[in-house]
Design a protein around this ligand. Structure first.
Ligand code: FE
Length: 133
């Protein structure tokens, strides 16, 4: 995909976050207060990224306002990169298939396993679980 391909495929807000490493305004994303059963996919390429049963509500100020997951859906779902932008040492989370920015990984004592994948809603497409299977 070229940069122009991404601009055509994605909304301007998706492009800003997924392809330019932006962050959506806290509390505004469609999956912040959302608890259905299913799978969250990459909004850019469709790869399965996070399962709904790993989504939780963090209680840490500063980490509230985006969807929070304790782990990725599979080993080949996401990739972690060091990110020193904005004067902070953080771990960036990107889609392992298409390289799009998703959010950041933090330590979080309120997480079931101590890990907090802080992911922008605009980077995700939710698919409900198929109960017929
Ligand atoms: Fe992707």
């Amino acid at each position: 995909m070229t940069d122009n391909d991404w601009k055509e495929k994605l909304t301007p807000e998706q492009y800003r976050v997924l392809r330019e490493g932006g962050t959506e305004t806290p509390g505004t994303g469609k999956y912040v207060d959302f608890a259905e059963d299913g799978m969250y996919h990459c909004a850019a390429c469709g790869r399965a990224l996070f399962k709904s049963d790993t989504k939780y509500e963090s209680t840490i100020p500063g980490l509230i306002g985006w969807p929070a997951f304790s782990e990725a859906a599979a080993n080949d779902a996401v990739e972690l990169k060091s990110d020193d932008s904005l004067g902070m040492a953080r771990t960036e989370v990107v889609c392992k298939k298409c390289g799009s920015h998703l959010g950041h990984l933090f330590d979080d004592p309120s997480s079931p396993n101590g890990k907090h994948y802080c992911i922008n809603s605009v980077c995700l497409d939710f698919a409900p679980k198929d109960n017929k299977k």
